[in-house]
Design a protein around this ligand. Structure first.
Ligand code: SF4
Ligand code: SF4
Ligand code: F3S
Length: 376
């Protein structure tokens, strides 16, 4: 378990010097920079620039607030199964406050937060929503509400990164009827851009790459209509999915224990929301690229989309057949549709057409064979 106080930065020390002192080899550091360049979509030519920019950094301070949430996002970002890129980023920055994993507690922890806030500027990471009902009493830390803490922390923040659906828009707490009045970070911090690392939980590498982008270029990455970094959320799951060939061929799982499921066919009929969801899950995956929901045979629930608990349910229901967009539409235009269109807004006419065509094809094939097992 990483302890933020275990490896203090020396006064005036650069990141390069700090990593040398920690025994991180140049080879490992360059491998990390190459991985980040790849995730950010820059290609290998950018690796030296990323490495040079990071090595010169002097104690980039990070404050990580956990508000109304389940700690799943913290687990996802830190995942300590083995030393990974996610671990290395904790060497790249000085994580000055993170109340779950820091050694300090109580007054000592609050003192560390106040010290880091005053020292600013810093990168502010936030997991969890902000409950506003009943004057915010549903989440208090050190006697102060989540809203008060966030407003104070936002003032000296050089960049604000909301990690996970809770910090993005409220997630499960904000599902109807939203009993605590939960909102996302961007509903509170309005005077600077808030980067939304969407997902419940999101992929840790996206958080790491977003921080690296800020440290390298001095600004946050380009964002889509909902504040999500385009390098990660610029493409639909459906367009990156290894089961797409099954979808196009009309090969669908109808029940979770049928032969099609055993063959690993497309999960659209059992509720997959991949056609309406923008996320890098098929590419980045989880736990050092071990797997991801669809790879494990479970339909995508659409967890990177705003209001998915209300808009993407029932989770095992097929996306409805209403006219709308085609595969050529962008994240921005589909996203706007999602924001106003509820579940109907995520339906894909193209999908319904593909399913219909596939069934017709199978019917014709069945008739040609003299059988009658084609489906309507
Ligand atoms: Fe937990 Fe999901 Fe909220 Fe992350 S976004 S804290 S995993 S409920
Ligand atoms: Fe993949 Fe789901 Fe699209 Fe099927 S519907 S191809 S499982 S994303
Ligand atoms: Fe979420 Fe779907 Fe990825 S449920 S984790 S966006 S596959």
């Amino acid at each position: 378990m990483y302890l933020p106080t275990a490896h203090p930065w020396a006064e005036g020390e650069s990141l390069g010097q700090y990593l040398d002192r920690r025994g991180v080899s140049r080879r490992d550091f360059l491998a990390f920079c190459a991985e980040m360049s790849a995730i950010l979509g820059f290609g290998s030519l950018m690796t030296p620039r990323v490495a040079a920019a990071l090595a010169q950094q002097k104690r980039p301070s990070v404050i990580w607030l956990q508000l109304q949430e389940c700690t799943g996002c913290v687990e996802s970002v830190l995942r300590t199964a083995e030393p990974t890129i996610g671990d290395l980023v904790l060497d790249v920055v000085s994580l000055d406050y993170q109340h779950t994993i820091m050694a300090a507690a109580g007054d000592q922890a609050e003192g560390a937060l106040q010290k880091a806030l005053k020292a600013g500027p810093y990168v502010l990471l936030v997991t969890g929503s902000i409950p506003l009902k009943e004057n915010g009493i549903y989440t208090t830390i050190g006697g102060r509400t989540a809203r008060e803490i966030l407003e104070e922390a936002g003032k000296n923040a050089a960049a604000v990164i909301a990690i996970g659906a809770c910090a993005h828009w409220g997630s499960v707490q904000a599902a109807r009827p939203n009993p605590t009045g939960a909102v996302g970070v961007s509903d509170i911090i309005k005077d600077k851009p808030v980067v939304n690392i969407a997902g419940c939980p999101p992929i840790g590498d996206v958080v790491t790459a977003t921080i690296v982008h800020f440290l390298t270029f001095g600004r946050v990455p380009d964002l889509d209509w909902d504040g999500r970094p385009l390098f990660a959320y610029g493409a639909r799951i459906h367009d990156q999915c290894p089961k797409r060939a099954n979808f196009d061929a009309g090969q669908f799982v109808e029940e979770f224990d049928d032969e099609a499921a055993r063959k690993g066919w497309c999960l659209y009929q059992v509720g997959c929301k991949g056609p309406a969801t923008f996320s890098p899950c098929p590419i980045f995956q989880w736990n050092t690229r071990t797997s991801w929901p669809i790879g494990a045979g479970h339909p995508c629930l659409g967890c990177t989309e705003r209001y998915f608990w209300d808009l993407m349910t029932p989770f095992y229901g097929r996306l409805p057949n209403v006219g709308g967009f085609s595969v050529e539409r962008t994240a921005d235009t589909i996203g706007l549709g999602l924001a106003v269109g509820a579940t109907a807004g995520v339906a894909a006419h193209a999908i319904a057409t593909a399913v219909h065509q596939a069934r017709q094809r199978r019917k014709a094939e069945a008739q040609a064979e003299g059988g009658s097992h084609g489906q309507d």
